[in-house]
Design a protein around this ligand. Structure first.
Ligand code: C5P
Ligand code: C5P
Ligand code: ZN
Length: 481
């Protein structure tokens, strides 16, 4: 938990956000049906699910609608619904002006950098508005949770929904920079923990602890990338035997099946192997961190682990099946869960193929950025994930940009940086927004991760602008120091 001045700071920010939430609960409770508009990723799905569950508990009907991004076309579709009240979650803060221009009665619970706007909707809940960073202090599902908490019919009645907010924050990688959830996210984690919905502890951070055989968990390790193990099935099996860990008999053993002693000796052996292979201490430290267990979910399923849960959700919404992910969040453990599972298999294959493509085509360095262009070989809805994963193994001294053609024939851009670069002045949301705007596109997001959509033929001009703006951002801060 945060100490002293930090705790005070968080508590002040929280009070302001709670105040914003309280102001709009009456308007919500007056409605018979509400349109819930959200983003097609794990954070967007959990954010929508939190609001839908809270409305359900008040017997208010809801209609969910999901978008890849909230642009003019999307807003047109929202306006066409003719809803008396719209709750936007995990998007909207960059489009307040446009929302108001359409005379929509709206509440926005988001965490993206807001664009300046003189007028405000019924309520605008966003960490940036109280001085907190939306990249790592509060996710879209976190903002939605604060609103759901204010809506609770009795104190604490919606606290169980904190588990979904943790899944959303982890899905947006908000725990990455510090190895754990911090700031306002931590407050939500504590609520979830007190409600008996979430458990947190230090453990190995590799993906697949609940569902993958241990050797597969090692083989698919991307963050950190483990030389000699990542991508090498036989080497992983041999390594486990060397460490004295049985792979299992009829059933492969997963991480959760190992004893504490086995886990400890495996971590030690991985660290030793990593050091022998020249991986830095800093990268190896990322091997251990805080992990989040959803206590109400069945052991050995994706839903038990926040990271696996968020990947399962991404496998639905990013492929046009947001409804399936939403049903899973709302408790379907049968039809929707099975469907999500099938989609997950395909999602995994797409990610593996995407990573292979990047390593085959290579990443082109410019002065202050680097990029790859996937053409139409990687879906625009997962190009950001592939960019983030590729970046783990790439040069981390400059941000990475990835291009993918979308179905409309435009170019989707995804950009990822590091916390070190952000400390040196990098603000990808600002850089992408400026560069995209200059070539007739739109962009935004967070300092460390942002995205844009631009015309196909504008790539070169966009790259030049980005390269120059990022150079300026990094040199400005360095000059001030
Ligand atoms: O749209 P949204 O805000 O929900 O997405 C945030 C994106 O930023 C996620 O795709 C996540 O992967 C990325 N991110 C990142 N590194 C961080 C924080 C967020 O790559 N430290
Ligand atoms: O799509 P991707 O994961 O790369 O998006 C990174 C971040 O940039 C997300 O927070 C996303 O919501 C944001 N973004 C945006 N405007 C766009 C595209 C992405 O704000 N046009
Ligand atoms: Zn988000």
């Amino acid at each position: 938990m945060a100490k002293g001045a930090d705790a005070m700071d968080i508590s002040l920010k929280l009070d302001k956000l709670k105040e914003l939430c309280k102001d709009c609960t009456d308007s919500i409770c007056r409605q018979k049906e509400i349109l819930v508009v959200s983003h097609v990723d794990a954070d967007g799905l959990t954010a929508a699910a939190i609001i839908c569950a809270a409305l359900d508990r008040h017997n208010i009907d809801y209609k969910p609608l999901f978008f890849r991004q909230l642009d003019e076309n999307a807003l047109e579709e929202v306006a066409d619904q003719g809803a008396d009240l719209v709750i936007f979650t995990d998007l909207g803060s960059g489009m307040i002006q446009e929302i108001l221009e359409r005379n929509l009665q709206a509440i926005v619970a988001d965490h993206h950098k807001p664009k300046a706007c003189p007028a405000q909707p019924l309520a605008h809940i966003n960490p940036h508005l109280v001085g907190a960073d939306g990249a790592n202090q509060l996710s879209g599902s976190g903002s939605a949770f604060l609103l759901a908490r204010a809506l609770a019919s009795s104190p604490g009645a919606n606290d169980d929904l904190a588990a979904l907010a943790v899944v959303g924050a982890v899905g947006d990688l908000q725990d990455m920079a510090s190895g754990q959830l911090i700031g306002l996210n931590r407050y939500i984690l504590d609520i979830g923990s007190r409600a008996g919905a979430v458990h947190f502890s230090r453990d190995i951070k590799l993906f697949g602890k609940q569902t993958r055989p241990v050797y597969k968990m090692l083989e698919y390790s991307q963050d950190p990338y483990l030389p000699g193990l990542s991508g090498k099935e036989d080497a992983c099996i041999a390594f486990l035997k060397e460490v004295g860990i049985s792979l299992g008999g009829e059933k492969w053993r997963r991480w959760i099946d190992l004893s504490q002693e086995e886990k400890a000796s495996l971590v030690t052996a991985i660290v030793q192997k990593g050091l022998r292979n020249g991986i830095s201490n800093i990268r190896l430290e990322r091997l251990i961190g805080e992990v989040y267990i959803l206590l109400k979910e069945r052991e050995g399923t994706e839903l038990r682990d926040a990271s696996e849960y968020s990947t399962l959700l991404n496998a639905t919404a990013r492929y046009g099946h947001a409804g399936v992910g939403l049903e899973v969040c709302l408790g379907d453990r049968d039809k929707a869960f099975n469907e999500a599972h099938t989609l997950l298999g395909q999602h995994r294959q797409n990610l593996v193929a995407g990573l292979k493509l990047v390593s085959k085509r290579g990443i082109t360095p410019l002065n202050s950025i680097q990029y790859f262009d996937a053409g139409d070989a990687i879906l625009d809805t997962i190009i950001g994930i592939v960019a983030g994963m590729s970046f783990q193994m790439a040069d981390r001294s400059r941000p990475i940009l990835a291009f993918a053609q979308n179905v409309e024939g435009d170019l989707k851009v995804s950009a990822r940086g590091t916390q070190d670069l952000v400390r040196s002045g990098l603000d990808l949301a600002h850089a992408l927004s400026l560069s995209a705007q200059a070539v007739g596109g739109v962009g935004g997001g967070h300092n460390v991760a942002a995205g844009a959509t631009i015309p196909l033929q504008a790539k070169q001009e966009f790259l030049e602008k980005m390269d120059r703006i990022v150079a300026e951002q990094l040199s400005c801060k360095n000059n001030i120091k």
